[in-house]
Design a protein around this ligand. Structure first.
Ligand SMILES: Nc1ncnc2c1ncn2[C@@H]1O[C@H](COP(=O)(O)OP(=O)(O)OP(=O)(O)O)[C@@H](O)[C@H]1O
Length: 270
């Protein structure tokens, strides 16, 4: 049974619709570079979708287009039924480089509170939301410390807390666990699965790590080499309960791994 069949027994609601998105950098100049040719897919409410593809396929470019940080050269992106023209308020963003996304002169609590002021929450609401959100990522004790007093994995948890503090509808993550050690990576993967379960949030995550994509996803969008199109959409179907030890050793996981590797290995990724 597919994961979507497990988690969405009633009619699905599309949160994000990507239709024929193309991105040409330096369009109309001699340096024109078509990063994405034509990409279409949709993401339903509550889904966890990963985007994978060969190096340089255009994964980050696609994420920038679906977050409103970059404009597509053609095609459209619709977020909650409305055409995307800028970064929506109900979007959370987490990038690979936590050391550049957290302000070192602010405490962790102040970093997490930052997007809340812009959204008009009162001082008291901000204070309770910060404490609650830091607790939800296992960091209730670091609110008054500074980011540089924490390990890399803890700093990325603070960055995740900041993106979650305003309860976004959709969390977009670009290689969020690529800069931490293997054990911390597993811990952060499990954290994000728990957060997704607790908050019922929709997640789209870009990764170059096939195993990570299978472990986390309900569906995986596989991009071809650049200029990219969607090569295949893979239904993961591993159910909602996942374990780093058992899930990764299962026959179903290994079969998916073989299939995905055959899709993204350079010689096959035409
Ligand atoms: N700002 C930019 N200006 C011009 N070209 C760019 C820009 N950003 C990316 N590109 C080009 O777009 C293509 C796709 O790059 P992108 O970073 O989106 O791929 P990726 O799949 O995320 O790569 P990787 O797997 O190496 O992280 C590449 O050819 C890259 O050189």
């Amino acid at each position: 049974m597919s994961a979507s069949a497990v988690s969405t027994p009633t009619a699905t609601e599309t949160v994000l619709a990507v239709d024929g998105v193309r991105k040409i950098y330096n369009e109309g100049t001699a340096q024109a570079n078509m990063a994405i040719d034509s990409v279409s897919f949709h993401v339903d409410k509550g889904e966890f979708v990963c985007i994978v593809g060969p190096s340089g396929a255009g994964k980050t470019t696609l994420l920038r287009c679906i977050s409103g940080l970059a404009s597509p050269s053609a095609g459209s992106v619709t977020f909650e039924g409305r055409p995307l023209t800028q970064v929506p308020e109900q979007l959370g963003l987490v990038f690979q480089d936590y050391s550049r996304s957290l302000y070192p002169w602010m405490t962790n609590g102040e970093n997490v509170a930052l997007p809340l002021s812009a959204r008009g929450l009162s001082r008291a609401e901000r204070a309770s939301r910060v404490t609650e959100t830091l607790r939800s990522v296992g960091l209730g004790h670091v609110e008054r410390k500074y980011p540089w007093e924490l390990s890399g994995g803890m700093q990325q948890r603070v960055a995740i807390a900041r993106a979650l503090s305003y309860r976004p509808e959709l969390l977009l993550m670009d290689e969020p666990f690529a800069s931490v050690d293997a054990q911390t990576r597993f811990d952060l993967e499990d954290l994000i699965l728990k957060v997704r379960e607790d908050l019922g949030i929709t997640v789209v995550l870009v990764t170059h790590d096939i195993d990570e994509a299978i472990y986390l996803s309900d569906r995986i969008i596989v991009l071809s080499k650049n200029p990219s199109v969607v090569r295949e959409v893979v239904d993961v179907g591993l159910g909602t309960v996942r374990s780093q030890v058992e899930t990764r050793a299962s026959e179903q996981f290994l079969a998916l791994r073989r299939h995905l590797l055959s899709l993204v290995m350079p010689k096959d990724a035409s």
